[in-house]
Design a protein around this ligand. Structure first.
Ligand SMILES: CC1=C(/C=C/C(C)=C/C=C/C(C)=C/C=C/C=C(C)/C=C/C=O)C(C)(C)CCC1
Ligand SMILES: [Fe+2]
Length: 547
């Protein structure tokens, strides 16, 4: 028996409920043999009033959806769950990322150029509802209206009609007016409950509703800090929001804190760069219980490249091996720099965690900071050009990466160490897109979840659980598939670090996609739920518990 309901005014909703399984299913073929009731699957092909600009370069059949633009602007509906989602998993996993890489006939160049697509997995009592929506930044709205790019993205620069327009754009670069507000990198829930999508431009901080995925408002900072860029990964906990702002004029970094419920960043301290003409790119940074760690990477912001209309091999950055690499340690309470050491050259985008090392008397002797490290090689940035991602023909082209472990002594020594925390062959010499149990942030920890590699590949293609104490890894792999960042959610009341689940979204080799839930301890699959169509790759996520 079928029942059809449309319970959203805007979205066309049709769903198929499989009474035998007690869960909704997609599509008519699956209903033919069972007693069913149609309830709430949205088949939002063309939404009323929303003309999708997404007509080409979308994945249809048999092709990996990861590197192709999202098929439609939005969708929402129940998913059929295979396996069992734990009932305690109650809340929303939000994942943000660049999901729209073309406007009209024009294809963007780089993975990081894409207009932000927010995906929500709403978990409730073993059921799973998925939704995705484009974030309505000014960059997105103007692009949609004029069918062309209007702001400077990671590698893309708006085309100028004439020289005067180019000069105007340059002037706007200094004020920040021509920089994008496309928040395509991450998403975080602040201690006061607000959910903010983020990127490296400060103006690209946008508040969204985690339930509807509606774009609510710009997150406007009320302080007078004039910087234009910040780390895309602030440290966000129940009590803290710490952000890092590179200073391009007087090379250094400002470290700031923002109290919950406010929009005002207050300066903790400042680090002056020790090398280079400009600060190193600081996509993320780690903290310990008492310190903020400020990395100074030899891949540095480059003012000339920021001004260029055409992308350079390293985009807005330049590799400065002669400028050396440093790690600075700032006291959270006083802003005083307690260590500043030279370290071997490195390239990292994502720090995993950091903690303090103590001697037998409990005195802090040093800091350990772990990251996904690319052997001081910037090639990965070129690998992430869409053309490269889309045209893979089977060679093993993913550059090696490892869990790079910095040991920073606090005894006044000049140098710190950098070494692999475990044998990189444990995870196929691929390593990025990491998460940990957030209760262990800044503390000694044992487990990290990340994407590793099963070679040959051109992109990290495994989900990997790393045991930093045993020095080994467990790997999940689906041939031809691209998994997104494995995100760990702890079971409420858990005492073991790995007691929880790991959530990822997979683009499979047939052009389809699914949500995958692994057991955080055994790293075995416990449930999966197929999407109505494959979704583009997404970068980072956060967990919003049901209140
Ligand atoms: C728009 C402008 C910029 C934007 C920078 C952005 C959007 C940076 C995003 C960086 C991301 C998402 C890094 C992720 C790395 C992932 C890796 C390495 C994965 C590896 C897998 O193997 C600026 C550049 C800040 C300049 C102003 C304009
Ligand atoms: Fe990131």
């Amino acid at each position: 028996m079928f029942t059809i309901a449309n319970n959203h005014g805007l979205l066309p909703d049709v769903a198929v409920w499989d009474d035998a399984r007690g869960s909704p299913i997609f599509g008519m073929p699956r209903v033919s043999t069972k007693k069913t009731r149609i309830v709430t699957v949205n088949v939002a092909t063309d939404l009323p009033g929303i003309q999708s600009p997404i007509e080409r370069n979308v994945s249809d059949d048999g092709k990996l959806a990861a590197w192709t633009s999202v098929r439609q602007e939005r969708w929402e509906g129940e998913l059929v769950v295979e396996g069992e989602i734990p009932k305690w998993l109650s809340g929303t996993y939000l994942r943000n990322g660049p999901g729209l890489w073309h406007l009209g006939d024009y294809d963007f160049r780089h993975l990081f150029d894409g207009l932000a697509t927010l995906v929500g997995l709403h978990f409730n009592n073993g059921h799973l509802r998925m939704a995705h929506r484009q974030i309505e930044s000014d960059a997105y709205k103007t692009a949609k209206k004029s069918n062309k790019l209007c702001y400077r993205e990671f590698s893309e620069v708006p085309k100028h009609d004439n020289f005067l327009a180019y000069i105007g754009d340059l002037a706007n670069l200094f004020s920040g007016a021509s920089l994008t507000d496309n928040p395509n990198t991450g998403v975080a829930q602040l201690a006061d409950g607000r959910v903010v999508c983020l990127t490296e431009t400060i103006k690209g901080s946008i508040v969204v509703d985690p339930n509807t995925l509606d774009t609510l408002e710009k997150f406007e900072y009320t302080d007078s800090w004039a910087g234009l860029i910040h780390s895309a990964h602030p440290i966000v906990t129940e009590s803290e929001f710490i952000t890092l702002l590179p200073d391009l004029l007087n090379p250094g970094y400002m470290v700031a804190r923002m109290e919950p419920g406010t929009n005002e960043r207050k300066v903790i301290g400042r680090v002056d760069c020790r090398g280079g003409p400009s600060p190193g790119w600081v996509h993320s940074f780690p903290v310990t219980e008492h310190y903020v760690i400020v990395p100074e990477m030899p891949l540095r912001y480059c003012a000339q490249n920021l001004l260029k209309a055409e992308p350079t091999p390293l985009y807005k950055f330049r590799w400065h091996p002669e400028s050396k690499a440093f790690m600075h340690v700032m006291c959270k309470a006083s802003g005083i720099i307690v260590a500043s050491v030279e370290v071997p050259l490195f390239v990292t985008f994502h720090f995993i965690n950091a903690y303090e090392e103590k001697d037998e008397e409990g005195r802090i002797t040093g800091v350990i900071a772990d990251c996904c490290e690319h052997y001081a090689d910037t090639t990965i940035l070129d690998n992430l050009r869409l053309q490269n991602l889309r045209s893979w023909s089977g060679e093993d082209v993913l550059p090696d990466a490892r869990v790079g472990r910095f040991r920073i002594p606090l005894d006044g020594s000049e140098n710190g160490e950098l070494f692999a925390a475990l044998n990189p062959n444990e995870h196929g010499r691929g390593m990025d897109m990491c998460s940990i149990n957030r209760s262990f942030l800044g503390k000694p920890y044992r487990y990290a979840y990340a994407c590793g590699a099963q070679r040959p590949c051109n992109f990290p293609n495994t989900l990997t659980k790393i045991d930093l104490v045993a020095g080994n890894a467990k790997n999940w792999y689906d041939e031809g598939a691209v998994p997104s960042e494995p995100f760990f959610v702890a079971r409420p009341g858990a005492t073991d670090e790995d007691d929880g689940v790991v959530i990822s979204m997979i683009s499979d080799k047939n052009g389809q996609g699914y949500a995958l839930i692994l057991d955080g301890s055994t790293f075995e699959e416990i449930a999966r739920a197929k999407f109505p169509y494959g979704l583009p790759y997404g970068l980072h996520g956060c967990w919003v518990p049901r209140t």
